[in-house]
Ligand binder design. Structure first.
Ligand SMILES: Nc1ncnc2c1ncn2[C@@H]1O[C@H](COP(=O)(O)OP(=O)(O)OP(=O)(O)O)[C@@H](O)[C@H]1O
Ligand SMILES: [Mg+2]
Length: 234
């Protein structure tokens, strides 16, 4: 589904990703881990066209590396950035509608408001509330649902559990697991190693902008030195 080769990414003159390769199959979950500043968010931004990059990003047999962000979204890649960007003055339902996009051909199930509210009943209760008035956990539910409303084939989620209460962390992890069971392919950036490895089919470890490991969860567990050096105890 997604095949990335030799991806380099830059902020101005400063290069942050160096020749990254990765691949992700239909319905699979790849989790991306690494230390703070390793370049994890930049991988997400490079894939969705929000940062200068070269190399090859093939998605469903289309080359996307030269495409603008809106075309990448249209091709079926959903993106939930870190730090929960909601439109604070708009209510929950207005935020959700902004993410709405008709499903691409061949999609089996479409996302709509009701399906989002079934996934997170709390959002139904808060549908008229300004998004800026929600708790961090509620905002995370909102941005996740807003991305789902775009009916993506691949969802990229950057640190969805950061700064949430243990109870909310659990709730978000359960939801991601449910989306996985429903067959949604995901690239998940997750700092909490237990959650990252629990959800993953495959793991990509990034260190100083380079791939340090790409393989299955059992393969990673068999190399504790990789975790010690490039992931830490996060
Ligand atoms: N807008 C930017 N301009 C210049 N440098 C940036 C910018 N954003 C990130 N960087 C730098 O690029 C490197 C990778 O940043 P990135 O945001 O990808 O890290 P990360 O692995 O997601 O870590 P964290 O989420 O903990 O910050 C860091 O050295 C960071 O300082
Ligand atoms: Mg980050």
């Amino acid at each position: 589904m997604l095949e990335v080769r030799g991806l380099n990414a830059f902020y101005g003159a400063s290069q942050v990703l160096f020749g990254l390769d990765l691949s992700l199959g239909e319905g699979r979950v790849l989790t991306l881990v690494g230390r703070n500043g390793a370049g994890r968010s930049t991988v997400a931004r490079a894939l969705v066209g929000r940062v200068t990059r070269h190399g090859s990003v093939r998605f469903m047999d289309r080359e996307l590396v030269h495409e603008r962000a809106f075309r990448i979204a249209r091709a079926g890649i959903g993106y939930v950035p870190e730090n929960r960007e909601v439109f604070g003055q708009l209510d929950v339902e207005e935020n959700l509608r902004l993410g709405q996009r008709a499903p691409l051909q061949g999609a089996t199930t479409a996302w709509d408001l009701d399906r989002c509210y079934d996934l997170f009943p709390r959002l139904r209760e808060r549908r008229q509330a300004p998004a800026g008035a929600l708790s961090g956990g509620e905002q995370q539910m909102l941005v996740l649902c807003r991305a789902l409303m775009g009916n993506p084939r691949l969802l990229i989620v950057d640190e969805p559990t950061e700064g949430l209460s243990p109870q909310m962390v659990e709730r978000v992890a359960e939801t991601l697991s449910r989306l996985k069971r429903e067959g949604l392919a995901m690239l998940l950036i997750e700092q909490k190693l237990d959650i990252a490895l629990d959800l993953a089919d495959d793991v990509l470890v990034i260190g100083h902008g380079e791939v340090r490991f790409h393989g299955s969860v059992p393969q990673l567990r068999a190399q504790p030195d990789v975790i010690d050096t490039w992931v830490g105890m996060a």
